[in-house]
Design a protein around this ligand. Structure first.
Ligand code: FPP
Ligand code: MG
Length: 329
């Protein structure tokens, strides 16, 4: 299994030197955009950005644009905007979840409370659309705003379906699409828009992003049940304790009547969650969930075949898809 760093260096090796250069510019922009607006917001927005993350969405913006897109200021702005939206949603999500740790650091909610966390998320959200003006494209505004509306819908769907063990697979997949896949889609669309690709090419690249985003979420949900905590950095079954019903549990309940009879509200301790994870795993539901995710990645990669991409760009996008399929944390 390759480490995340090895995969990123392989992606950069395939795509070319413009990628790390642009990603470094994105980091600089993110720091600048989080600064100001009073000391409290500057501190918490700054720490949110400094906590890092995989920066997958900026990477997708840059890769979708390809090596000859030019228009570097626009690309960096698009990549920074999409990452700011992602960061804003996580700050708000941690308030809703009452989550104390994110990316190994205390969340804004844990450090400074609800009011500051809501305001910090709002600021990051607003800075994203301010940065978007530098992209100078109404199509980019449309892509990012659609994805952001989808995020809000997805989050609400998750709250509405909390603790409902008999949620339908289609509704679970819709939730994953709304809360995760659409922002990946927007990242690819925005890169392709800045590179002035055709409408159908923008849609194809967007479809690729949507596919790997969907698989990313499915595998995130598999890892929550599969663990181990030493790799994922969180206890097995955190979703179960939050009442978040995901594909492994849905499939396991179809396969084992005893699991279908479990009332999720009775799972209140990490030990009980761990035990339920074991039972889910024994039904084979983890393997099936993973197989579905891998199938989605394979289909997403097929979407690249018809596109006139540079060789290195094509290889790099395929490697991103592989890194999603192989993710262990
Ligand atoms: C993290 O997923 C949460 C999301 C991807 C969506 C959060 C969306 C909102 C809070 C609403 C929209 C907000 C704005 C600013 C538009 P997860 O809970 O599965 O993952 P986690 O384990 O990392 O928390
Ligand atoms: Mg969450």
């Amino acid at each position: 299994m390759r480490s995340a760093e090895a995969t990123l260096s392989e992606i950069i090796g395939a795509a070319g030197a413009h990628v790390p250069r642009l990603l470094a510019l994105v980091e600089e922009r993110l720091v600048l955009l989080a600064a100001g607006h009073g000391p409290v917001l500057a501190e918490h927005a700054g720490e949110t950005i400094a906590a890092g993350g995989k920066r997958m969405r900026p990477l997708l913006v840059v890769l979708a644009a390809g090596p000859h897109a030019g228009r570097e200021r626009e690309l960096v702005a698009a990549a920074a905007a999409v990452e700011l939206i992602h960061s804003a949603t996580l700050v708000h999500d941690d308030v809703l979840d009452g989550a104390r740790l994110r990316r190994g650091a205390p969340t804004v909610w844990a450090r400074a409370g609800r009011d500051v966390a809501v305001a910090t998320g709002d600021l990051l959200f607003s800075r994203a659309f301010s940065e978007l003006t530098a992209v100078g494209s109404l199509a980019a505004v449309r892509s990012l705003s659609r994805a952001t509306s989808a995020l809000a819908e997805g989050e609400l769907l998750q709250r509405q379906d909390a603790w409902n063990g008999s949620v339908a697979i289609e509704r679970y997949l819709l939730r994953c699409e709304l809360k995760t896949a659409r922002l990946f889609q927007a990242a690819c669309e925005m890169g392709a828009q800045v590179a002035r690709l055709s409408t159908s090419q923008i849609a194809e690249l967007g479809g690729f992003g949507r596919g790997i985003g969907l698989a990313f979420q499915l595998l995130d949900d598999v890892l929550d049940v599969a663990g181990p905590a030493s790799l994922t950095g969180k206890h097995r079954g955190t979703d179960l304790l939050d009442g978040t019903v995901t594909l492994p549990l849905i499939l396991a309940r179809e396969r084992d009547a005893r699991l279908a009879a479990v009332d999720l509200r009775t799972i209140t301790t990490p030990a009980a969650a761990e035990q339920l994870c074991e039972s889910i795993e024994q039904t084979g539901a983890l393997r099936e969930s993973q197989a579905r995710a891998l199938q989605i990645v394979a289909e997403a990669k097929l979407a690249l075949d018809g596109l006139p991409l540079e060789n290195g760009q094509r290889r790099a996008l395929n490697l991103v898809a592989d890194s999603v399929a192989e993710r262990t944390a």
